[in-house]
Design a protein around this ligand. Sequence first.
Ligand SMILES: [Zn+2]
Length: 83
Amino acid sequence: MSHPFTWVPAEEQRHASRDPVPPPALEFPPELTVSALCGREVVTATGEIAWLWPTCPECDRTTRELVGAPPRHDSGGVKRDER
Ligand SMILES: [Zn+2]
């Protein structure tokens, strides 16, 4: 199943973007400027450490709306990491 956005680590947060990923890749390459769902223009990063960055709260909320998932119950504020 596919969603109209891609998670991408950028600038020490995990953002989601609706920009198209350059084929044939499934993820954005590093050092690319993408428009994140939170409205920011961010420069992408890559690597295992980058994927451990905390989720951007605005991108998290927007993606939940897009897929129809309920908002988080556990956070009145920003949660550092979900894993
Ligand atoms: Zn974001």
